[in-house]
Write a new protein. Structure first.
Length: 578
């Protein structure tokens, strides 16, 4: 609800309340004045009646005769009054009765003619027992006579005038009962019934006039208030609200002109001052924000450059640390292999001389004429010679493995090597009834390296898979093209742009415990039973793969099997120096 409507509602409500209260009390005062006027008029009528009866009663009797005796002519005994003597008297003659009645009739005619609103006058006398007895009545309208209540009679005996109102035939009447006095005593009552029609009409007319002028006054006051409030209050407030709306939109240049030098005018002036202060503060704030944003941009740029430099240095440091770690690992591995090579060389030297002597003696025995004719001895000598050659070849292989590789590198087809190795180990595969599945990619790129070294790697991996597989187990050999290994530092930058070859050998055997996985590539470490492995196969295989810039990985689960994966770069001959 708008403030103008609130103020108008409050003012009009207040005016209505004031008019209602004033009208109510005005009506009450008018009614009380009317009641007082009725009582006063009744008193005058009673005086006229008392005077008329006194005058009529003294025309034919002695002056010393009491008015009481004439007034109660129809009684046998004059009743006692509050101030009377209670004397008994004989009623006046009939001619006195007629004279009194005539006098009362003339007087009441005159009074009822003058008071047109008087519709009935009844005169009663007191019986000796205190009850009322009708004496004379003058009736203008046919309506029931007065019937005073016991309480009203008690009040009348005390000299009071009683006023009451009643409704007869939908018309309002006022009843005035007054005592009849003589010599200070009350000897009867006079009941006057007055019509309230004229008074009600007058009261209704006054009420209508009051309501009319009240409505007119309220309308005029409301019109003046609306006009004045619209010019002095509503318009300035609307101007302020419009200015506030513009300010909310961001227009701080708005200004409201004060219409008058009053409270709203001063409020408008303070509002303009406040807006000007806000505008100045806002401009200062925007300037500071621009400077802060500029400094923030510069700071962010510097932080970005510093962060990029830090990241670059951190990557270089990580690469250097990883390179150092890899070199340390390779150095340790090389040292272990060197120790193995030293040991192998020592063993080969220690075994070589007696083996050569044994071989020489065997050759001499084969050339003996006495033994050459015995085929059985000759066959056994040949077997001994072949085994000596085998032992010599094994020692030579150990020496070749521990030496640095030669320069006989060439383009190698890994699929062909896998086929040859599988055929070489087929007797063992058949003896354990193992199923070998080959998933070799046709057109697999060649790798640049030494074929016998790759044969040794895959021979070790497949031999381990056969050994770990159960009876009727399954071995899967697969090859495919892959990308460079993740999280691995490549020693040559070009290796990140060439395709890689991925070869995997999977079995469903007993698996390798997780705690052993970190040690299986160390020399002389083996999980096989004593006498079934030297612990050099995987160590030598890793060394061969690393020398070809590849990596070898293992995944294993207990009772689910193991998977050895070899990743090698597929590079053209001479493009990458190995």
């Amino acid at each position: 609800m708008r403030i103008k409507v609130k103020i108008l509602f409050f003012i009009i409500t207040t005016l209505l309340l004031i008019l209602f209260v004033s009208t109510y009390y005005t009506h009450r005062i008018v009614e009380r004045n009317h009641e007082a006027a009725l009582k006063e008029e009744a008193g005058k009528i009673v005086k006229e009646i008392e005077l008329a009866m006194a005058t009529a009663g003294t025309e034919g009797v002695n002056e010393n005769r009491d008015l009481v005796k004439m007034l109660y002519f129809s009684s046998k005994i004059i009743p006692e009054t509050s101030g009377g003597e209670g004397l008994a008297a004989v009623l006046p003659a009939q001619k006195d009765d007629a004279r009194i009645i005539k006098a009362l009739n003339n007087t009441l005619d005159r009074l009822m003619f003058i008071g047109s609103h008087i519709v009935r006058i009844d005169i009663y006398t007191f019986n000796p027992d205190g009850s009322l007895k009708p004496f004379f009545s003058k009736i203008k309208e046919k309506i029931p006579p007065l019937e005073p209540a016991t309480g009203e009679l008690a009040s009348i005996r005390q000299g009071e005038t009683v006023l009451s109102f009643e409704e007869v035939n939908n018309l309002n009447y006022g009843n005035v009962i007054a005592p009849v006095h003589y010599n200070g005593s009350i000897h009867g009552i006079t009941g006057i019934k007055v019509s309230s029609g004229a008074f009600d009409t007058l009261l209704a007319t006054k009420r209508k006039i009051t309501l009319f002028f009240a409505a007119l006054s309220i309308a005029l006051i409301a019109g003046v208030l609306i006009f004045s409030m619209d010019r002095m209050v509503n318009r300035p407030i609307q101007n302020l609200l419009s200015a506030i709306t513009e300010i909310k939109k961001g227009n701080l240049g708005v200004k409201v002109e004060p219409k008058a030098d009053d409270e709203i005018g001063r409020l408008t002036g303070h509002f303009n001052s406040m807006v000007e202060t806000i505008r100045l503060n806002s401009e200062e704030k925007e300037s500071l924000l621009k400077q802060i944003n500029l400094h923030n941009d510069e700071l962010r740029q510097k932080i970005k450059l510093a962060t990029e430099e830090l990241i670059k240095r951190n990557e270089e440091l990580s690469f250097a640390n990883q390179s150092i770690y890899n070199f340390q690992k390779k150095l340790g591995h090389s040292r272990r292999l060197a120790a193995v090579g030293q040991l192998a060389a020592t063993v080969a030297h220690e075994l070589g001389t007696p083996l050569h002597s044994i071989s020489g003696h065997l050759q001499l025995l084969v050339g003996e004429p006495a033994l050459s004719g015995n085929k059985d001895i000759t066959r056994r000598l040949d077997i001994m010679q072949s085994q000596l050659e085998r032992i010599t070849g094994s020692i030579q292989n150990i020496l070749d493995t521990t030496r640095q590789p030669g320069a006989n590198f060439d383009m190698v087809n890994l699929n062909k090597i896998l086929e040859d190795v599988t055929i070489l180990l087929m007797p063992e595969i058949i003896s354990k009834r193992i199923i070998v599945k080959k998933e070799l990619l046709s057109g697999l790129p060649h790798v640049y390296g030494i074929r016998p070294r790759f044969e040794e790697v895959f021979l070790n991996l497949l031999d381990n898979a056969i050994d770990a597989s159960p009876e009727k187990g399954t071995i899967i050999i697969s090859s495919e093209i892959s990308g460079p290994p993740e999280n691995s530092l490549l020693p040559v930058e070009e290796l990140s742009t060439v395709p890689w070859v991925k070869v995997a050998v999977r079995d469903n055997g007993r698996g390798i415990p997780e705690d052993y996985l970190v040690d299986i590539f160390k020399p002389f470490y083996t999980t096989k039973a004593h006498g079934h492995g030297t612990g050099l196969g995987l160590a030598i295989s890793q060394e061969i793969v690393n020398n070809h810039h590849g990596i070898i990985m293992v995944e294993s689960r207990i009772n689910e099997g193991s998977a050895f994966t070899v990743l090698l770069p597929a590079a053209e001959k001479g493009k990458i120096c190995l």
